[in-house]
Design a protein around this ligand. Structure first.
Ligand SMILES: [Zn+2]
Length: 465
């Protein structure tokens, strides 16, 4: 069958199943599947386990083979072949948080939007994948491989679910994870974090702090300066000074931005360090600490830490000074680094350590996870891209990103769907996205996801024949 005909067929199919898929998604949204510590056999807690049980119940009811991998994750399988193609989604969610307009743990369908915690991330895409499997089964379409829908229970807290699966199963020859946006994401940068401990302060600076999280440019920073006469420090651009009990509290206000997209940010830690160096008398070690912060936090390419890098497919390394703390009288600066080349972390660490040492600093902690990178010309990637183009009618050039999905830890896997840019932001700023209040997936995104998944699988089936 040609792709256009198949598209029409699956389009009609999923519209005819609207009541059914809304009921299935509703049953999953009702389960508050926030991961917790293990409770008996429920390795990620009862919520995560209940969502897995419910999905196996639903999928088993439609006649798919079910496997529960001890509540780490579960599988629904269509087909008998040993060779498998995978779709990897997750059923755990992040906590609802405050400020919802709609009930987070009840599916609301309003103005063609499916609203509730997990609708977009990632229960909605998981159910869309289930309906792609149903389409093949209900229409008796045989494939040259089995389809394995893998449902994780711990994506949000640490991704400790899929490694358990890989202990006993071979990874499918190719998988996609609908936990991002369309079109295909062919690469994610590696993510690393470094804590640099700097020389002691406290003679003139009592305290200094900046940022609120490690994965964002610090939007605010402040310092408390001792031994200062009132009114000797003045406000400046982005800097305000208050005097309290013979001390000055200095606040710098820059602009925050996500660590994966730091271009729009302005780092308040660098602004503060620069102001203190110019206006406050400091001892030698205070001066060294601040000079290090001033140069490394003012930019986002890692040039000052001597870790700059870029590749043609993945773009450039970014390095953001996020969180600054005072610990036992010394400043500790955290850097969040998104790097394009897998296996390069050791180098990054060594180069950064050498620069820090020039200022008396040492790396006291580091963690990292490598990214992944696919050739956009690989046949499977082209199949996904063509399916996406046909269904959305839009140019669907693959993209790369600094973020992190299952694709970085599960073999042969790319992130693919399920959001589509033109259906985003319909509930206003700060609402509607994954992890936001009033999280939603539009009916259009859900149904187009099913269509794109089916067409992608059919195209890969053609390659494999
Ligand atoms: Zn997710």
């Amino acid at each position: 069958m040609d792709a256009k005909q198949l598209h029409n067929q699956v389009h009609e199919y999923i519209q005819s199943k609207r009541e059914e898929y809304i009921a299935d998604l509703g049953a999953l949204i009702e389960i508050e599947s926030v991961g917790t510590a293990s409770e008996g056999e429920y390795v990620f807690g009862k919520g995560s386990a209940r969502a897995i049980d419910k999905m196996l119940d639903i999928g088993g009811g439609y006649g798919f083979k079910t496997e529960n991998h001890d509540y780490y994750c579960a599988s629904l399988i269509y087909g008998e072949s040993q060779e498998e193609m995978g779709i990897v989604a997750h059923l755990d969610v992040v906590p609802a948080g405050e400020g919802w307009t709609y009930p987070p743990y009840k599916l609301t369908v309003e103005n063609e939007l499916l609203i509730g915690r997990g609708t977009e991330d990632d229960k909605g895409p998981a159910v869309a994948a289930l309906y792609a499997l149903r389409f093949f089964k209900d229409n008796g379409i045989k494939l040259p491989f089995s389809l394995r829908l893998i449902l994780g229970g711990d994506e949000e807290r640490g991704m400790n679910d899929l490694p358990y699966f890989l202990k006993t199963h071979k990874a499918p020859f190719f998988s996609f994870t609908p936990d991002s946006e369309f079109p295909v994401c062919t690469g994610e940068k590696g993510i690393g974090k470094l804590d640099v401990k700097l020389p002691a302060i406290l003679e003139n600076i009592e305290y200094m702090e900046g940022g609120t999280v490690t994965n964002a440019v610090a939007g605010k920073a402040f310092a408390v300066v001792k031994n200062i006469s009132a009114d000797s420090l003045k406000n400046a651009d982005g800097i305000s000074v208050e005097y309290v009990d013979g001390k000055a509290k200095i606040t710098a206000t820059g602009k925050t931005a996500h660590a994966a997209l730091p271009e729009e940010g302005q780092n308040a830690i660098a602004m503060l360090a620069s102001y203190l160096l110019d206006n406050v008398s400091l001892n030698d070690s205070e001066r060294k600490s601040l000079e290090f912060l001033k140069i490394t936090c003012a930019e986002y390419l890692g040039t000052q830490l001597n870790i700059q890098d870029s590749t043609e497919l993945m773009g450039y390394l970014t390095c953001v000074g996020g969180l600054l703390k005072t610990v036992d009288g010394a400043l500790v600066q955290n850097f969040n680094i998104r790097f394009p080349r897998s296996g390069s972390w050791q180098n990054i660490k060594e180069n950064a350590a050498a620069v820090a040492a020039n200022y008396g600093g040492v790396i006291v902690k580091d963690t990292h996870s490598d990214g992944y990178c696919f050739d956009p010309n690989q046949p499977e990637i082209q199949a996904l891209t063509e399916a996406c183009e046909l269904v959305t009618g839009e140019d669907s050039k693959p993209y790369t990103m600094g973020g992190g999905t299952y694709a970085r830890s599960f073999p042969n896997t790319v992130a693919f769907g399920s959001t589509i840019a033109k259906y985003r932001g319909l509930l206003g700023e700060g609402r509607g996205k994954a992890h936001d209040r009033d999280e939603y997936l539009s009916v259009a995104e859900f149904e187009k996801s099913v269509e794109i998944f089916v067409l992608s699988i059919a195209k890969i089936a053609e390659i494999k024949k």
